[in-house]
Design a protein around this ligand. Structure first.
Ligand SMILES: *[C@@H]1O[C@H](CO)[C@@H](O)[C@H](O)[C@H]1NC(C)=O
Ligand SMILES: *[C@@H]1O[C@H](CO)[C@@H](O)[C@H](O)[C@H]1NC(C)=O
Ligand SMILES: *[C@@H]1O[C@H](CO)[C@@H](O)[C@H](O)[C@H]1NC(C)=O
Ligand SMILES: *[C@@H]1O[C@H](CO)[C@@H](O)[C@H](O)[C@H]1NC(C)=O
Ligand SMILES: *[C@@H]1O[C@H](CO)[C@@H](O)[C@H](O)[C@H]1NC(C)=O
Ligand SMILES: *[C@@H]1O[C@H](CO)[C@@H](O)[C@H](O)[C@H]1NC(C)=O
Ligand SMILES: *[C@@H]1O[C@H](CO)[C@@H](O)[C@H](O)[C@H]1NC(C)=O
Length: 788
């Protein structure tokens, strides 16, 4: 009897424990019905148990003036959620309604401007937890509404973001599609950025959700994906403690991961979805043209035929001073060189009559639009596709960049006023001012002293050196931005001490160590045999290379293009190139720095990610053409950085002969030797060879008694087929004296299999590099054995 009662009690206790499990795991602050916060008193807040988050009114114009937004903020004052986007005046208040069971924000005239729409759902309690989630519950335990499930513009760790949710900021929105695609849209129609999961996922997803892990990994989860599919890492992933990382859709239409240290109130950008802000659709409004003033994106109008819609806000776009239908004279097309009207789906797809993609040349692209009454503007891409887009009146937004090959036309009333290019215009004006000041001072000094000629010369000398110093300072500021710096040849000669410290010689010329005026250490590459290289083509390629940013690509800092000199200035990599770390040299000192398996695997993944970016994600670059260990640099953390990309475009013919002369045999795909066109699959071949070398620590073309006088890559394949994985793996990784080094044999096998898939003779049998990344990570199955 007593035993029965006891077990019954135990059962009851157990069910209570299960019922309250979520609340037991995470402490919450309970907000009782009737609780009210007043905008007039911003110090009044609801705090989470350990004060990490709080809910209260925050002023839109700090420190303390109206209007106010009711928001959940992270310690330090960073808002992560707000009750709607309508602010209220200081007579507004926020209430957990005592009887109706909803949360409501009421403005000064008694209007409810936002509510949680939970009336009648039996809400009896509310709480705020230490992850920043504001929850309404029925019977004190069943959540019926949460702020996490109704995001505004931000996602924080622990927050589940599903296909039902979206982030919004103005006309921009961010969402997750049921196929696992994630997209950024303008006005819910135009997709200007999208990422999708690997080809093996996608069709089979059941209910994907997106989350930002507290270590800075943005991932998609689904029952059908083992683990998760990683979208992006913040650049400080797995670092730091006591800080918050969050994903936010900003009002410039870009999606960023930020981190903020507890209590600091300051933000650091850790990842950005659209690296080139000007490629965000609609950033500059209708008829606005986005460009860079050296550091920031700026919005201007196409020409003097246009004026800003709102003179105080250039992002509101532009309008014609004279409507085309009211033209007193003829219509004409304003020509805008290096300008692209952004064309994203569905705009890029033939959807509306008159908005079409045509396969025509440059003059037809202009004249056909002029004569077609429904055409408002046109763009010829000049990117090799031969495509011309006709735009109907609607929303048209442009991008000007000296590196863009595109030309755009827009219909205006004659005459078309041709503006100087927006950025050039600014610089010229500044220069004029300085010249004028200098001239006035010279005249003054001259007349007073009467030594006109001498003083003039002296003054000129003095001011020019001063200006020289100023421009040097200006250049220092620019190192931080992405615009490439132009150096004079003498400057580089000085910083490399007359090209004395040679770091190595790559496929295009020798590389020297240099120290810039700001003490930054750099690697200066002196391109050889490029004297005939057109200056314009060189500058365009420099612009392309320097606008290509990725964690696994070496960053170009600047260049020199003077007379016959062509130099490129790159960031300096402490741990040199992969070949110096990988291959046995007999040098004791280097041997002691043997790369662990973990570093090797990360390097391999890094290289593959870098190449993926070049192939798939970056608009202007395509095939690298020269992947080999010498071109893989390692930074202080042994992060792999692919170098020399974008150079093959400079001189194809020269490149072809030089590589065969210098002898990067072993890495060249067979189609190269057969004089067939190179594709991205040629890079995959070279990557496969490098991957095999990373695993084995031996050159793929090495021939020795151990390999039966066969090329190592052939021998390794036979041994691997026989099951001799250890024979292929670098023996040094298994030596006793390195017993602290752990080798994940599953990763080794995966890497070896992937490398053999990549070095298939037939380009079509090699996987795409994006798939290589997934196969290495174990996300995608490897089809082994490869077909012959
Ligand atoms: C309160 O909101 C209503 C409806 O949106 C609006 O008409 C009114 O002007 C607002 N009052 C104040 C004081 O902001
Ligand atoms: C507050 O609680 C959250 C969730 O349990 C935890 O991650 C965080 O470290 C805590 N912070 C402090 C300062 O205790
Ligand atoms: C998010 O989703 C995961 C798995 O679907 C679940 O375990 C977790 O409790 C959810 N978190 C929240 C805050 O809803
Ligand atoms: C997913 O995104 C890719 C581009 O990244 C696109 O080609 C594909 O059509 C998208 N799929 C769906 C279903 O939207
Ligand atoms: C996805 O579905 C296809 C058939 O529709 C199937 O062949 C494939 O194995 C599935 N993938 C996964 C990861 O379940
Ligand atoms: C570029 O524009 C930004 C924002 O408009 C401004 O703060 C910055 O000073 C400008 N830089 C130059 C070099 O003009
Ligand atoms: C307008 O166009 C017509 C026909 O092309 C041409 O004859 C005329 O000279 C043009 N008028 C002006 C003002 O350019």
């Amino acid at each position: 009897m007593t035993l029965q009662i006891q077990s019954l009690l135990l059962l009851q206790l157990l069910s209570i424990v299960i019922l309250f499990l979520p609340t037991i795991l995470l402490a919450v602050t309970t907000i009782s019905p009737g609780s009210t916060l007043y905008a007039s008193n911003t110090s009044q807040i609801w705090s989470s148990p350990n004060n990490t988050f709080s809910f209260g009114f925050i002023p839109l114009n700090p420190p303390n003036s109206p209007p106010f937004l009711a928001a959940i903020v992270y310690s330090g004052g960073i808002p992560i959620w707000s009750a709607g986007t309508t602010p209220v005046d200081s007579a507004g208040y926020f209430q957990f309604h005592p009887t109706a069971g909803d949360l409501r924000l009421v403005n000064g005239s008694g209007h409810t401007v936002w509510n949680s729409s939970t009336v009648g759902l039996g809400v009896s309690s509310a709480s705020l937890d230490d992850h920043g989630n504001l929850v309404l519950m029925r019977n004190g335990a069943f959540p019926v509404w949460s702020s996490f499930d109704h995001p505004t513009d931000t996602i924080v760790p622990w927050q589940n973001f599903s296909t039902r949710n979206s982030l919004r900021n103005g006309l921009f929105s961010f969402g997750l599609l049921e196929y696992g695609n994630i997209t950024l849209k303008w006005d819910d129609t135009t997709v200007y950025w999208s990422r999708r999961l690997g080809s093996s996922h996608g069709e089979n997803l059941t209910s994907p959700s997106l989350g930002l892990l507290s270590n800075g990994t943005l991932s998609v989860f689904d029952r059908s994906i083992p683990g998760m599919a990683i979208i992006a890492y913040s650049n400080d992933h797995d670092e730091g403690s006591d800080m918050l990382r969050f994903l936010r859709l900003d009002n410039d239409g870009n999606l960023r991961i930020y981190s903020t240290a507890r209590g600091s109130g300051t933000l650091t950008v850790r990842w950005v979805a659209v690296e080139d802000q000007c490629r965000v659709f609609g950033y500059c409004g209708d008829m606005g043209i986005c460009s860079y003033n050296g550091t920031n994106p700026i919005c201007t109008c196409p020409s003097e035929n246009f004026e800003q819609v709102d003179p105080k806000d250039s992002r509101k776009g532009c309008q014609r001073k004279l409507k085309t239908e009211d033209c007193p004279g003829n219509l004409t097309m304003l020509v805008m060189e290096h300008t692209l009207f952004l064309t994203y789906p569905p705009q890029s797809i033939f959807a509306v009559e008159g908005s079409q993609v045509f396969f025509v040349g440059i003059s037809a692209c202009n004249s056909n639009c002029l004569v077609n009454p429904i055409c408002d503007a046109s763009t010829i891409l000049s990117d090799g596709t031969g495509m011309c887009y006709y735009k109907i009146p609607g929303f048209i937004t442009g991008y000007y960049n000296p590196a863009l090959p595109s030309t755009s036309y827009v219909k205006v009333c004659s005459p078309a006023v041709q503006n100087p290019l927006p950025y050039v215009q600014k610089v010229v004006r500044k220069g004029d001012g300085r010249m004028q000041a200098r001239a006035v001072s010279t005249v003054l000094l001259g007349s007073v002293l009467g030594w006109l000629a001498l003083v003039h010369t002296l003054w000129w000398w003095w001011s020019s050196t001063k200006v020289g110093r100023l421009s040097g300072k200006h250049a220092l500021l620019e190192y931080a931005s992405c615009a490439p710096i132009q150096f004079s040849y003498r400057e580089l000669q000085r910083s490399t001490k007359g090209f004395s410290d040679k770091l190595g010689s790559g496929g295009f010329g020798a590389v020297y160590r240099g120290t810039l005026a700001n003490r930054m250490v750099v690697a200066v590459k002196r391109l050889e045999e490029m004297e005939q290289q057109g200056e314009r083509q060189f500058r365009m390629q420099v612009a392309t290379i320097s606008s290509t940013h990725h964690l696994n690509l070496v960053r170009l800092i600047g260049f020199c293009c003077e007379g016959r000199h062509r130099l490129l200035v790159y960031e300096f990599m402490q741990n040199k190139s992969l070949d110096t770390c990988l291959f046995q040299t007999g040098d004791e000192k280097l041997e002691s720095k043997l790369l662990s398996w973990e570093s090797r695997f990360n390097i391999a993944l890094g290289i593959a990610r870098g190449i993926t970016y070049l192939h798939d994600e970056c608009r202007d670059c395509t095939v690298h053409c020269n992947i080999k260990p010498e071109n893989i640099l390692l930074d202080e953390n042994y992060t792999a950085k692919v170098s020399d990309f974008g150079l093959a475009k400079l001189d194809h013919h020269m490149h072809r002969t030089m590589t065969s002369v210098i002898g990067t045999r072993g890495y060249l795909a067979p189609e190269w030797l057969a004089n067939l066109p190179l594709t991205t699959k040629s890079d995959v071949y070279s990557f496969g060879m490098v991957l095999l070398e990373i695993v084995s620590g031996r050159r793929n073309f090495e021939v020795s008694a151990e390999t039966n006088w066969k090329r190592f890559s052939l021998w390794a394949y036979e041994e691997f087929e026989k099951g001799n994985v250890n024979g292929v793996l670098d023996g040094r990784l298994m030596g006793n004296h390195h017993h602290e080094m752990e080798v994940d044999m599953e990763e080794v096998v995966r890497a070896i299999q992937v490398s053999f898939l990549c070095i298939q003779e037939q380009p079509s049998r090699r996987p795409r590099i994006g798939k290589v990344v997934q196969m290495l990570q174990g996300i995608t199955r490897i089809d082994w054995p490869p077909v012959h």
